[in-house]
Design a protein around this ligand. Structure first.
Ligand SMILES: Nc1ncnc2c1ncn2[C@@H]1O[C@H](COP(=O)(O)OP(=O)(O)OP(=O)(O)O)[C@@H](O)[C@H]1O
Length: 376
């Protein structure tokens, strides 16, 4: 999952924790502090170069301290045990990332074909269902290397149609709620249908969908039941009366692990590839927009040098280069005055130390899979 979403999720839990803490609902507060810690720890692990790392570490420390304080106050906790009826809501709260994400199509570099396919599949039918006498697809599969915009696209389309964005991590559904997974799958769809009935389209985004619809070598935790439940729910939203605006966007980095019978349920199957030269140029322009660049920085050249890098690799390169200059500024000038501008040499130094995160062999596999299952 991507940095901004993780950040948003951590903030959400932290806010819920503080609110519950104030209300004296210590059990909810502890649970939410724990979730915030879990996500912040993930951010620290995944984005060690982020300039905010020390802030996150501080936050983790202070939440841990608060949990300890609250835990020692067992009496208060017992008197505020969450009621059964709240449990359902809190599950949905866990998965509904935000009602309206703030990612826009214009924040996404290039991916013209994918944007167009997704607009045709979701935006047009939401705006003018009467123009689609034959119905329209409710299941869309986005596949391709990690960090190239699958999550962003799904969030942007939810934003575009003013809908609910339900972020679901398939791997955690299978592991975290073992035994509960089947029930939780139907809760997700029920909630989405309810939102649609109230007038807001709902986009269920399932990250790492291969964890849910993959071909398993062994049956460990009721996988077949969960899968069947999921397929039943997907069939349930194929509504002939055109009233239901619930869409399932599945994302995977390993499409070849999907069971072929299930692949066909996703009427649209779209490859989100590694950025080509032009996309990389756009990414460098996009992510250096607010930075102080020296005149020798050649974005075209940087785009040429980064063949094989993912969009998030490129964003990370820019972030690391910026951090380098900021670090130097603090070390040499103690944070006084202004940092110097970022030079081409800074970029080249960082590039030397960063290899693409995607294995080129995988890229060939994506293309081959797309050829076989393409459905734009
Ligand atoms: N096309 C793009 N334009 C601009 N930024 C991008 C693009 N693709 C990825 N990014 C950057 O990389 C981050 C990760 O992207 P995103 O989460 O959408 O990738 P993903 O394909 O869903 O990856 P994963 O499979 O790891 O979940 C984004 O938050 C964004 O900063």
């Amino acid at each position: 999952m991507a940095f901004p979403y993780l950040q948003e999720m951590a903030t959400r839990y932290a806010r819920a924790a503080v609110a519950a803490d104030k209300d004296g609902d210590y059990e909810t507060a502890i649970n939410n502090y724990r979730k915030a810690i879990e996500i912040l720890t993930k951010i620290v692990r995944m984005y060690p170069d982020s300039p905010l790392i020390s802030t996150y570490l501080e936050m983790i420390k202070s939440y841990e301290k608060r949990i300890q304080q609250l835990q020692s106050n067992t009496e208060a906790i017992e008197s505020n045990t969450a009621s059964k009826s709240n449990e359902k809501d809190s599950f949905i709260n866990d998965i509904v990332l935000t009602q309206k994400p703030n990612v826009k199509f214009s924040d996404i570099a290039d991916l013209k074909e994918a944007k167009q396919a997704i607009v045709e599949a979701i935006v047009y039918p939401v705006k003018r269902p009467d123009l689609f006498p034959l119905g329209w697809p409710r299941g869309i599969l986005l596949f391709g290397p990690p960090g190239c915009g699958k999550t962003m696209l799904a969030a942007a389309v939810a934003n575009e149609v003013n809908g609910y964005f339900l972020y679901v991590d398939a791997a955690s559904i299978m592991s975290k709620w073992l035994g509960e997974a089947e029930k939780n799958v139907s809760k997700i769809f029920k909630y989405a249908r309810q939102k649609s009935e109230e007038g807001s389209p709902a986009i269920i985004f399932i990250d790492e969908i291969d964890a849910l619809l993959g071909t398993f070598s062994g049956e460990v935790g009721g996988e077949v039941r969960v899968r069947n439940q999921f397929l039943k729910e997907m069939d349930g939203i194929q509504d002939k009366d055109k009233k239901i605006h619930v869409y399932v966007i599945g994302a995977t980095n390993k499409p070849w692990q999907l069971d072929e019978a299930f692949v066909r349920r996703f009427n649209k199957r779209i490859l989100i590839p590694l950025p080509d030269l032009e996309s990389r140029r756009q990414l460098f322009a996009l992510y250096t927009k607010g930075l102080n660049l020296s005149s020798d920085v050649d974005l075209d050249r940087l785009a040429q040098l980064t063949e094989g890098y993912s969009a998030s690799d490129i964003r990370d390169i820019i972030q690391a280069t910026h951090t380098l200059v900021i670090r130097e500024f603090f070390e040499q000038k103690n944070g006084e005055g202004e940092p110097r501008s970022i030079t081409m040499e800074d970029f080249l130094n960082i590039l030397k130390e960063r290899k693409p995160s995607v294995d080129p062999l995988f890229v060939k596999r994506y293309d081959a899979w797309f050829e076989k299952f393409k459905a734009l």
